[in-house]
Design a protein around this ligand. Sequence first.
Ligand SMILES: C[S@@+](CC[C@H](N)C(=O)[O-])C[C@H]1O[C@@H](n2cnc3c(N)ncnc32)[C@H](O)[C@@H]1O
Length: 466
Amino acid sequence: MPTKPPAKRPVAKHSHGARPNRPSKPPPKPAGLAARDAVAACLTSILGRGRPLDDAFEAAITKAGLDQARDRAFARLVVMTVLRRKGELEAVVASFLEKPLPADTGRLRPILLSAAAQLLVLETPPHAAIGLAVDQCRGDPKARRFDRLTNAVLRKVASTGREVMATLDPIIANIPPWLLSRWNEAYGEATARGIAAASLAEAALDLSVKSDASAWAEKLGGHLLATGSVRLARAGAGRVEDLPGYADGAWWVQDAAAALPARLLGDVAGQRVADLCAAPGGKTAELASAGARITAVDQSPLRLRRLAENLARLKIEADVVEADVLSWAPGTTFDAVLLDAPCSATGTIRRHPDILHLRRKDDTAARVALQERMLASAARLVAPGGRLVYATCSLEPEEGETQIARFLAGRPEFSRLPVAPGEAGIDAAWITRDGDLRTLPSHLAAEAPGLSGLDGFYAARLEKHP
Ligand SMILES: C[S@@+](CC[C@H](N)C(=O)[O-])C[C@H]1O[C@@H](n2cnc3c(N)ncnc32)[C@H](O)[C@@H]1O
């Protein structure tokens, strides 16, 4: 084979000629490798150190210097796929290992899982997925000695991994047993399986629109839901920031179910409304757009910064207060109070599949106790004759139905204002026997792919007697 003459290297000038001509920085990694390194770093941070997805992803892409939107989108897709299907991917990889991997193997596990996700789910060409995984191993001092094993195992994953995967039940493989058995208990086995299957799917892109939702649905090629949200399929939507109306602040991203609790407060025009636990401001924007005089309270300065940015883009004004809801004492009461309490967020696994790996069976009790104290604080802020909506994005009854049953039992000055079918576009199937809102990820099934589902939300509407 003819060989090319080696390319001449430019020679740097040195004034004294004493130092060798060495590049000061290593050459940049090819984008494909940098993106995959960011994936491995992000997964290590979530699965190994318990860091939440959004923080871990932001840190990993910044460190890897991924500045192209395409590379970031690819990295995000691989991370999401591994988090959603980790059980299946692990089982396929394990089926081709002669013995379990030892404990201290650096980034080997995330490298194998993300390559398997590319090969089995994302249709990445095998030469790219396998070659770059082997390069990644060689770049990690602890994983280096497994480069040949990685190559051999991934070749088998590429050739016969799909057959192994077809023998697995994705729900049993990917949903932690304790969580599935809680859902079985709360909703019955068939509904629990529906919730689990929907939780493993990608969520649609839902927008809350300031005004004229049907015109925006048409302009964006989306569907206008009965609840007033505009729904687009996430795949093919591109970057949210590039969609028409984003820069002008015509709409904001918010799941269709997340848009409902604020709507339960009814006509808030001109009323004094406290939005407790408000950041990043989805519900604040809704209430302010509906004409409320709103005070948005949250204790997280970082999240309040996002709230301020969101409101500025939407050209919406609100009084924003950085405070702990448990001790906030504004010296006044409100016509309406919305408490969107921090919770296990098990209703949002479609968008935050890290929840599958970060929540533990026994961490609900502390959250329930905090919500109970927050409810007591929120109740004090409601004026006589005013309304209180308590909401969580959890599927766990302890954080919803049971919490409110206990509250009402000890608070004769409050009673429930049941949600009526059709109100705010709410389907009768989303209302509990007691009249509270209970959406499930398996609700709103659509024929078209990528357009189904709702976040799992609970909301109760209460009234303080005059
Ligand atoms: C479910 S999120 C709120 C989402 C928000 N309502 C929206 O629609 O965009 C829960 C929020 O509660 C805040 N939070 C948690 N504990 C709090 C406390 N003790 N006081 C005030 N805010 C708190 C968190 O910072 C977080 O922003």
